[in-house]
Design a protein around this ligand. Structure first.
Ligand code: SER
Length: 685
């Protein structure tokens, strides 16, 4: 039976047994605990937990899965045996509180032995050591005595928390010509009886309903049904490997077979993931995909190939799998472009780094590359440590990882000392109380404050003179200190109604607001002063900040929902915004984004500034910056219904106050990350 025909046999069987057939969900799970959809049950977690209603009592599907990175990780295994994949398809049938152990076991057995005609003598089953009931059902249904196993083998969960339960697994016997157990016995189906929800402390609570989650690897079924031992010898993989032979111009041999397998596997993972919206990057799932793509390129190189590889092979993937997954063809031009960009960037990186490595490798002693060299590669050429390790592994060498980390820590220390200037001096003032800057959102001109510290010429002094350049800390302030990409306020400090200091920028060191500027009169610690921000600059900055939120919303609207902020600088009337996106924007896209932002400005939407708990903010769907730490109470800034973000910055109250926005430039700053500069307000006008 052909690989591509198996899906239909599976789905037809379950449809005729009352199941609703649904298409695969995305590889990007709607679940913050997982990087990828690792199993067929991931999209149904809410239903299993009872927080979402079941749309049908019985469901069956074929789910795209990736197991790479995170708890379920098969990446390093791929290529060296015939059974591991990063991307695979999981055939699954579900009962949401409908049939339970009887039904699941009966149907699995019926489909395998009566429909697919597998020899019952070649099948062996396991059950959980606590599961008397399933063991009894196996005796009745198949006359089989199940092997009882512990939690490690027969208890299933997608992550550390969530739905879980005991399972029964069916294995196929490839025959006693294999002395290795793993080669001989292959798990062909896993029926999980989802009965419990596990919390973060490991406690099990019974789920509202007893459910069934089954999973069977399509690639393994194809191998068995085609009389192959190795999944990569099935028709689909053979076709992908043939396409690879054509692109690299080398024939498959026993020796180079692992590289062909790696490339075929990684083509599927990279192609499907990007089609579903993943963009190669330096974090999270983007990084996993970047690593997989680079691993494929390395294996291309082992085969003697240079330059683009997966982008050239993608059409073969569409030919093989496009009928079952229309998104592959629909997204083709975008996917190929992203892969090409990634391949080009990586080719440059490899070439430069390899020059250094070619010099260093012959010097390696005892098979271990010194950590400083690996760090130099990282620091100067952008070579990640795992890439260096991968290259060395092919030569049976290793990297001194501890040495690498030491070099990295030393470098961090050096740059801290160099670039932070007075920051370390302020950091040393551990007795200084946190500045009360709660007035910053509604500056109060009559706020009385006291001078707590004065830094002048690298020293903390009791008083300084008119004309001195100083940095001062107060007990309270109206000033917004630079934070979250927004530059701090400018303004002045007054004493008895007269200016004593012109503040050019308020900065922040931990929870202290530092006012930087020049004294216009003598000033001493303990002086009673008032803080007066420059309303004009504040207004310009607020415009720019709200405009940044509109820009992000417009980018997600025009480009796609996956665009994510990667950094920003909000200055008076100007914005620099970095975001994840795999290619240059077209002139039309830039225009569309600018037009949309201006339309939202013109419609003068109200901008609400609200404080709420982080949980409420999440419920509201507020966007947060990945990796940023937020307190329990957060500020949520919403512009009409187009944007809702967690944000501690200062904002306008109506979008009309922004006046106008203009995109000046859009460029790449690193692979997969773009930068837009935009003017707003009077500058844009
Ligand atoms: N969730 C189980 C697995 O992935 C059965 O579908 O094996």
């Amino acid at each position: 039976m052909k690989y591509n025909d198996i899906r239909k046999v599976f789905l037809d069987y379950f449809e005729s047994h009352g199941h609703k057939i649904v298409p695969s969900a995305s590889l990007i799970p709607n679940d913050p605990t997982l990087l990828f959809t690792v199993a067929g049950m991931v999209p149904w977690k809410g239903i299993l937990q009872g927080t979402e209603p079941a749309f049908a009592p019985r469901v069956a599907d074929v789910q795209k899965c990736i197991r790479a990175g995170g708890k379920h990780n098969d990446l390093d295994e791929v290529g060296f045996d015939g059974r591991h994949h990063t991307f695979f398809e999981m055939l699954g049938n579900w009962s949401f509180g409908d049939y339970f152990k009887d039904g699941a076991i009966e149907m699995s057995w019926d489909l395998l032995t009566n429909v697919l005609k597998l020899d019952p003598a070649r099948l062996r089953v396991t059950t959980h050591e606590s599961d008397e009931e399933s063991t009894e059902i196996w005796r009745r249904v198949a006359g089989k005595e199940a092997i009882r196993m512990g939690d490690k083998d027969n208890w299933w969960s997608a992550g550390d928390t969530g739905p879980c339960g005991p399972c029964t697994e069916i294995f196929y016997d490839f025959g006693d010509q294999f002395d290795n157990e793993d080669d001989r016995w292959v798990e062909v189906w896993n029926d999980v009886f989802m009965q419990y929800d596990r919390d973060a402390n490991g406690n099990l609570t019974p789920l509202p309903k007893q459910n069934v989650d089954t999973g069977a690897g399509l690639e393994r079924w194809a191998a068995i049904l085609q009389g192959k031992v190795d999944n990569y010898d099935t028709d689909l993989f053979t076709n992908l490997i043939n396409a690879t032979q054509d692109v690299v111009g080398v024939k498959r041999t026993d020796e180079n077979t692992p590289s062909f397998k790696v490339i075929a596997d990684h083509l599927r993972a990279v192609g499907f993931a990007i089609a579903d919206g993943v963009i190669p990057s330096n974090t999270d799932r983007g990084y996993v995909i970047r690593r997989i793509l680079r691993r494929a390129m390395r294996h291309g190189q082992i085969l003697g190939h240079r330059g683009a590889l997966l982008s050239k092979l993608y059409p073969a993937l569409v030919t093989e799998m496009g009928d079952a997954y229309p998104e592959l063809a629909r997204e083709q031009s975008r996917v190929v472009e992203i892969i090409q960009n990634e391949e080009n960037a990586f080719a440059d990186l490899l070439q430069n780094g390899m020059k250094l490595l070619d010099v260093e490798i012959p010097r390696v002693q005892n098979g271990v590359l010194p950590g400083e060299i690996a760090f130099k590669l990282f620091d100067t050429y952008g070579f990640p440590l795992d890439l260096t390790q991968m290259i060395l592994r092919d030569k049976n060498m290793d990297v001194d990882v501890a040495g690498f980390e030491r070099a990295m820590a030393e470098q961090k220390e050096r740059s801290r000392a160099n670039t932070k200037g007075t920051r370390t001096l302020w950091e040393s003032q551990t007795d200084l109380p946190a500045t009360d800057d709660s007035y910053k959102y509604a500056p109060d001109e009559n706020l009385n404050s006291t001078v707590l510290a004065i830094l002048h010429n690298g020293e903390f002094v009791q008083s300084a003179k008119s004309g001195d350049e100083v940095e001062i800390a107060l007990d309270k302030t109206n000033f917004y200190g630079t934070q979250g990409g927004q530059v701090g306020d400018a303004g002045e400090i007054t004493r008895d109604g007269a200016t004593v200091m012109t503040v050019t920028e308020a900065a922040r060191v931990d929870n202290i607001v530092i006012h930087k500027g020049v004294l216009t009169d003598d000033l001493s610690v303990g002086d009673a002063v008032k803080t007066k921000i420059n309303g004009n600059t504040r207004m310009q900055t607020a415009r720019a900040h709200t405009a940044t939120h509109l820009l992000q919303a417009a980018l997600r609207h025009v480009l796609n929902e996956d665009v994510e902020q990667r950094g920003s600088k909000v200055s008076p009337d100007s914005v620099r915004f970095d975001f994840s996106f795999g290619r240059a924007m077209t002139a039309e896209e830039k225009q569309a984004v600018e037009d949309l932002v201006n339309k939202w400005i013109a419609s003068d939407m109200p901008v609400s500034h609200e404080e709420m708990s982080i949980d409420d903010a999440k419920k509201r769907g507020a966007m947060a910056l990945f990796g940023e730490k937020y307190g329990d109470t957060v500020k949520v800034i919403s512009a009409g219904d187009v944007s809702c973000e967690l944000c501690g910055g200062t904002h306008v109250y109506h979008t009309g106050e922004i006046l106008h926005a203009r995109i000046n430039k859009e460029k790449s700053i690193s692979s997969g990350i773009r930068r837009i500069t935009m003017s707003v307000g009077t500058l844009a006008e």
